[in-house]
Design a protein around this ligand. Sequence first.
Ligand SMILES: [Zn+2]
Length: 117
Amino acid sequence: MCEEIFNRLSKSKFRSKFKLRGKELEYYKTRGHNEILNHARDFITSRLAPADIPNDGKQTPFKNHPVFVAQHATATCCRGCLEKWHGIKKGEELSQDEVDYVVNVIEKWLANQVSNS
Ligand SMILES: [Zn+2]
């Protein structure tokens, strides 16, 4: 599943502008991969999974956490992008499988960034 989406993302100027570096990279290294993924799961569950998100499109900051950067890079930042890029319909609560999928995409992007830095 991931190959195809990463291929499409790499062709987007906007998405490929996001890199893990500076403060966010430091934070990632200090906390470690597993803890960062726990944060990812928390963010996705609270900010992306609900059926109705009043500030959808604005709920993900552009910096200050490696997961936020990853979300913009992978178009998992809001339900609008999730629908457009990943074909996950908005207006419905994310299933457990969909949450796992999103966390997986974020994990893959982070792992890629770290191996390239
Ligand atoms: Zn978005």
